[in-house]
Write a protein that binds this ligand. Structure first.
Ligand SMILES: C[S@@+](CC[C@H](N)C(=O)[O-])C[C@H]1O[C@@H](n2cnc3c(N)ncnc32)[C@H](O)[C@@H]1O
Length: 394
């Protein structure tokens, strides 16, 4: 394991450079007035802008899932082509100068780089190919939500200060800032992998979301967003509690968009496959590190525990390939297959080498098998995706 200099060009913990403003505000939805009403609406498969792909499969029963996903019996191969193509007074001095410099050093292991600041907290790499994958995954989320960056029922007028925790490459934060030029957007992450050219109303801070937040207690946000953070936290409830305390009273929303690990299968078709073994092995290994890999399926109760109200969620699915019937699913599946095929090594490497004790050769052979299974339309596998939202009381 080596330490290497990070590739970010910024020498500051803050990255904020001027640029543009394209107003392309995401559609908003009606504000649920009371919790019971919201619950009712979300648990009866409401018709929404994303309706066709949405279903109540949260704690997915087999019957519910089967009614949502159907095998496309006409699907011969897995061919991709079918024509579808002020913020406030943030004190950056909370990090000591030695920590500041270490932020820009990365750990090198097995040919990939990992964050050095708070080393070991997060087990995926932060190098160029992982950044490309995160940007691709951003498109997958947008495709799933019909180009909406958030599903919380906020209005444009309410969106002043917005926070994106675990922002990754910052692509959501930048997109949000461009679409909402009057909002001020901050992204935080352990890794300084955000671009140095950002819209003027967007900035990035290196911070561990599990630590007490650096924002002063009076600093509140109209929307706090977190995406694809399902395996990040050992203390997810602490993160939610910090977030709840920094929402604007009465109108501030917290929204987490996440996958629900592990993958599932609508039938027995994946029994004995490398893909099934990989899912079980990853869950087992991650649990051995003391991490609860399944917390994203409990976000609703965790949001309530953090004191939020009007808590509700919406459910989606990403099939692993074009095995399923329906052009919308097939399009999403095409992107998800690319996401998984590109990201499989990044997701697996540290876990399988450090915890499962596999050699690099063993890992490569195993992942080749898993990649083939991911693309095989005979295996009817998908991953649930959930969006959980909650509002701070006045
Ligand atoms: C799967 S990526 C998702 C990035 C981004 N939210 C997106 O959807 O494109 C998870 C990100 O969370 C960051 N992360 C993990 N643990 C964190 C922590 N404790 N505090 C802040 N960021 C963290 C990682 O560095 C990584 O960039």
């Amino acid at each position: 394991m080596n330490t290497v200099a990070g590739s970010s060009s910024s020498s500051s913990l803050f990255v904020a450079v001027a640029s543009a403003a394209v107003n392309n505000n995401p559609p908003t939805e009606a504000t649920p007035s009371e919790e019971t009403k919201t619950e009712k609406a979300t648990e009866t498969n409401i018709t929404t802008k994303t309706g066709a792909r949405e279903a109540s499969i949260g704690m997915a029963t087999r019957a519910e899932t089967l009614s949502l996903l159907e095998v496309d019996s006409a699907q011969g191969d897995n061919d991709m082509g079918d024509g579808d193509s002020g913020i406030a007074d943030i004190d950056s001095s909370t990090l000591s100068s030695s920590v500041r410099s270490s932020v820009y050093e990365f750990i090198e292991e097995n040919g990939r780089t990992y964050h050095r600041y708070k080393e070991g907290q997060y087990f995926l790499p932060n190098d160029e190919s992982e950044r490309e994958r995160l940007d691709l995954q951003h498109q997958l989320f947008l495709l799933t939500f019909q180009d909406q960056l958030h599903l919380s029922p906020t209005t444009e007028e309410q969106l002043h200060n917005v926070l994106d925790i675990g922002t990754g490459t910052g692509i959501w934060a930048i997109d949000f800032a461009l679409r909402n030029p009057s909002a001020h957007v901050i992204g935080t992450d352990l890794s300084p992998i955000q671009p140095s050219h950002t819209p003027a109303n967007c900035q990035f801070i290196i911070e561990d979301a599990q630590d007490p937040w650096i924002f002063p207690s009076h600093q509140t946000f109209s929307l706090i967003h977190g995406r694809a953070l399902a395996s990040c936290f050992t203390r997810p409830q602490d993160v939610l509690t910090s977030a709840a305390g920094h929402l604007t009273p009465g109108t501030g929303w917290l929204e987490f968009q996440d996958i629900v690990i592990p993958m599932r299968c609508i039938d027995d078709s994946w029994e004995g496959t490398a893909l099934q073994r990989w899912n079980h092995l990853m869950v087992d290994c991650i649990q051995r590190t003391g991490r609860d890999i399944s917390y994203s399926q409990r976000y609703k109760e965790m949001f309530r525990l953090a004191g939020l109200v009007d808590v509700h969620d919406r459910h989606f699915v990403w099939p692993t390939n074009r095995w399923c019937r329906g052009e919308e699913y097939k399009r999403i599946a095409t992107w998800f297959l690319k996401d998984m095929s590109d990201g499989l090594e990044a997701i697996s490497l540290q876990i399988l080498s450090r915890i499962a004790g596999m050699s690099r050769d063993e890992i490569d052979v195993f992942l080749d098998e898993v990649r083939k299974d991911l693309a095989n339309p005979e295996y009817h596998v998908y991953i649930p995706v959930t969006v959980t939202m909650g509002r701070r009381l006045a």
